[in-house]
Design a protein around this ligand. Structure first.
Ligand SMILES: [Zn+2]
Length: 444
């Protein structure tokens, strides 16, 4: 039996069903799960003094392309809309291989961990030069983050009217076979799972109708989740109307892409009837505010989605379109963006933090994560609020309104991943050196 006691926190923000916030409280972890939360708890295990700290559930990232951490701030892609941006980056990505996939995933996940994230999904939809999904799975398991990678895919290349170059697309039969292979090898459906695999054709403009439908059938057969990009911007809507004769929501519904086992990234341009459809069918949304700003895509109707009962989580999206992977900063951005669209009372700091924690866990079908309650997994972020950015703060809402944007300690399944602001599970300086060397080689 292993115990960790987090003692005397200024505030524990539980995100439990009553949204309790406990002052001067303790939290006891036993064997990777939360055993108790209260006052005056004792333990013979490891003790962490959390005086001067706010304790929150670990944040949940519902959309990322980790491989893109090797292509941040690429000239030519910095100021383009979605389709132009993709055309600039595809040729660079086509030179990636297993080493690039591994190291970029490790850097991206470490960056997320430092910003309070304990559970991340990833959407890897290109596999050049022998790259495989397990390159990222190994990166996550070394680092110690809870991981929900998705086997993405692109199958319609330029010569067939799609957007990606032919060299980056795969044959659909090979895609389906590899989807089966990675689910059988790596998907763990159990409670507390550290790795769940999903299926994720890249977007309606890069795969066929058949592959969308077949992936949905396969996911139901295997009991895994489905993920893709949907209704990201005006170009995306125009493509759908032009090629499929319908809006993205209808396209998704016809092909089996709605339900509580499905979540779609962006959904910036969903209209009222599509939001109704998502609410009725319990289809999830990964909201990516910084990426939507960076690519000028628009403001997702998150206020309306939440009011109608759509499950919304937060995503940093790939680092070629953010270009930061800081999840607590992303939560702040989601709050600010709803206020731009709907006024100062449109989203509170607490609601944004809720979306970033239990909201994301709901989207990823993880009732065992995203809140601090006895019986839930011990995924915990501890924020030191004695720094300059917190000086003069009156309320824990300052975490989003003011900062900090980096954790002091981070635990995943009761295992410490960040200690005193430093990653302790891997040699991060060495990984960064490799990352920078590979980025330089790609730039040449
Ligand atoms: Zn994306």
């Amino acid at each position: 039996m292993t115990e960790i006691l987090i003692r005397n926190a200024d505030i524990i923000v539980t995100m439990d069903d009553d949204r309790q916030e406990l002052v001067g409280a303790d939290l006891l972890v036993r064997d990777g799960k939360i055993a108790q939360i209260g006052h005056g708890l004792t333990s013979l295990g490891e003790i962490h003094d959390a005086a001067g700290c706010v304790v929150t559930p670990g944040l949940v990232n519902t959309h990322h392309h980790l491989y893109q951490t090797l292509t941040r701030a690429v000239p030519g892609g910095q100021d383009a809309l979605l389709f132009g941006w993709l055309r600039t980056l595809y040729p660079i990505w086509s030179r990636f291989g297993p080493e690039e996939m591994f190291i970029s995933a490790q850097i991206g996940l470490a960056e997320l961990a430092l910003s309070g994230c304990t559970l991340s999904s990833d959407h890897l939809y290109l596999y050049p030069n022998g790259a495989r999904l397990e390159d990222t799975i190994h990166a996550a398991s070394e680092l110690g983050l809870r991981f929900q990678p998705t086997r993405g895919a692109m199958s319609i290349g330029e010569s067939d009217g799609g957007l990606p170059p032919d060299a980056l697309v795969e044959a659909e039969q090979a895609i389906l076979e590899d989807m089966i292979r990675v689910v059988d090898a790596y998907h763990d459906p159990s409670e507390g799972s550290m790795c769940r695999v999903g299926l994720a054709p890249c977007s309606p403009f890069s795969v066929s109708r058949d592959l969308m439908r077949d992936a949905a059938l396969l996911a139901r057969d295997k009991g895994v989740m489905l993920h893709t990009h949907l209704a990201e911007n005006d170009e995306d809507i125009a493509y759908s109307e032009d090629q499929f004769g319908c809006r993205p929501g209808q396209y998704a519904e016809e092909l089996g892409w709605t339900g509580s086992d499905v979540w779609h990234a962006h959904c910036v341009k969903l209209d009222g009837s599509e939001i109704d459809l998502f609410a009725r069918s319990r289809t999830g949304v990964a909201h990516c505010p910084c990426s939507n700003c960076r690519l000028g895509s628009g403001i997702a109707p998150v206020r309306k989605m939440r009011d109608l009962g759509v499950h919304v989580g937060l995503g940093v999206d790939g680092s070629a379109s953010n270009d930061s992977g800081n999840l607590i900063a992303e939560a702040r951005q989601s709050m600010l963006l709803q206020r731009v669209a709907n006024g100062a009372d449109a989203m509170s700091a607490r609601e944004a933090l809720e979306i970033a924690t239990r909201g994301g866990a709901k989207v990823l079908n993880r009732p065992d994560c995203g809140r601090l309650m006895p019986g839930k997994r011990a995924d915990i972020a501890i924020w030191d609020v004695r720094g300059i950015e917190s000086a003069g703060s009156w309320d824990p809402a300052a975490l989003l309104l003011a900062g900090p944007t980096r954790v002091k300690h981070l635990f995943v399944e009761g295992r410490q991943v960040v200690r005193d602001g430093q990653i302790v599970t891997i040699d991060l300086p060495k990984a960064m050196e490799t990352q920078n060397r590979l980025a330089s080689a790609l730039a040449e």
